[in-house]
Design a protein around this ligand. Structure first.
Ligand SMILES: [Zn+2]
Length: 402
């Protein structure tokens, strides 16, 4: 009896040990989840012109949530305005909406992205907007409105989760957000998706006029990131006769690399008549069929009508913030010329998906998109990154995590 119970004990011990041996690796399983830290670092704008990198616990990932390890995020004009003036009254806020990263954990209900592409741990993603108040916005309806007014990560009021912006090392994507699998794009391209979507949308708006065609003569006024990307989008759709207008010689040089045929430096011309004559010269004696206004300057808006032929078109997309009133002469600028004018604001979900293809096409025809990112800073140097951006020392400034 005693021998028997001793044997039983040994057998049980053996069985338990073998069970434990088998359990240990399965419990520790996915390497990715093992690497997830307990806390995330989030750059919070805590006062005007000042970020603090704060540490917050990473919340439990629910069935519809996605935890993303952030790789990088571009600094947008909107971030610059928040940094300087907090016009949205969001302080303290986790900013950064031009971000991208890798899925490290996701809930069991997450299976596909907003375009129907499968999602898995390890995929590279970007977010677009959060649907909660407007389920009407759908992916493949061309006529749907843009996302103005919808919530986006990087411009959310602070809450209990805190991991709400892309200037961070982890971001917590909640159920109901739009997410796209962009694993087939490199990091620089992914950082440029959001600003590029603005231009894909603007060109779609321009196309509604029926005036923008192959061989159209097109003026792009303003050669900051928005104007430069505008030129790139036009080039990828087969428009080659582009004149860039700006006051900065380096930017005009870049505009040519991006595909502008000619450039006009407005600093070289006194008065709008001389300037419009220079634009006309650049087109070989013709005014433009179509113009894109990509600056936030009211004077630039007033001037651009003078570059456009009778019956031509204009897309105004430069005023992301209220830059004040612009004066035009409705008789000369609009009526007698029969100008067709469209405004453009952010993008639709569909434009977002179109942008992924645009970036591949731009790369395929050799446009130097990556050179748009002129400065890269680690998260800890986010204040310095914003100061560099405000000083207009480069084009696109990005936070890139190690
Ligand atoms: Zn932006």
């Amino acid at each position: 009896m005693e021998m028997n119970s001793a044997n039983v004990e040994a057998v049980v011990k053996q069985v338990l040990e073998s069970m434990l041996d088998k359990k240990i690796p399965s419990q520790s399983a996915p390497a990715a989840s093992q690497a997830i830290p307990k806390t995330a670092h989030v750059a919070m704008l805590t006062s005007l012109e000042h970020y603090d990198v704060k540490e917050f616990p990473i919340p439990e990932v629910g069935d519809g949530d996605i935890l993303v390890k952030v790789e990088g995020c571009g600094i947008c004009g909107t971030d610059a305005h928040e940094f300087k003036k907090d016009p949205f009254g969001l302080i303290p806020v986790a900013l950064g909406h031009e971000g991208t990263g890798e899925i490290v954990k996701m809930g069991k209900n997450v299976k596909f992205d907003s375009a129907g592409k499968p999602l898995k741990v390890g995929d590279k993603v970007v977010t677009c907007m959060i649907f909660k108040d407007d389920p009407e916005i759908e992916m493949f309806d061309l006529n749907k409105k843009n996302i103005g007014g919808a919530d986006v990560y990087g411009l959310l009021p602070d809450d209990d989760i805190h991991l709400n912006g892309w200037f961070s090392d982890y971001i917590f994507i909640r159920e109901g957000s739009s997410v796209f699998n962009v694993s087939d794009l490199d990091l620089d391209s992914r950082i440029l998706i959001e600003p590029c979507a603005v231009l894909v949308h603007a060109v779609e708006r321009a196309k509604t006029t029926g005036i923008l065609r192959f061989n159209s003569r097109v003026v792009v006024q303003g050669c900051g990131p928005i104007g430069l990307i505008c030129i790139a989008v036009l080039r990828t759709m087969g428009i080659e006769n582009i004149v860039a207008v700006d006051g900065n010689p380096q930017r005009l040089e870049f505009a040519k690399k991006m595909g502008a045929d000619k450039s006009v430096n407005f600093m070289d011309y006194k008065g709008i008549e001389n300037l419009s004559a220079a634009v006309k010269d650049a087109f070989g004696g013709h005014l433009a069929d179509f113009a894109f206004q990509c600056t936030g300057s009211p004077a630039a808006h007033s001037n651009i009508y003078k570059f456009i032929r009778n019956g031509g078109g204009l897309c105004e997309l430069g005023f992301f913030i209220n830059g004040g009133d612009a004066t035009i002469n409705p008789h000369f600028d609009l009526c007698s010329k029969e100008i067709t004018l469209v405004g453009s604001w952010v993008y639709t979900l569909r434009d977002y998906a179109t942008t992924f293809d645009f970036l591949k096409r731009a790369q395929a025809i050799g446009l130097p998109m990556k050179e748009l990112i002129t400065h890269r800073f680690p998260l800890e140097e986010i204040n310095e990154a914003h100061r560099t951006n405000l000083a207009q020392k480069g084009l696109k400034i990005a936070i890139v995590n190690k």
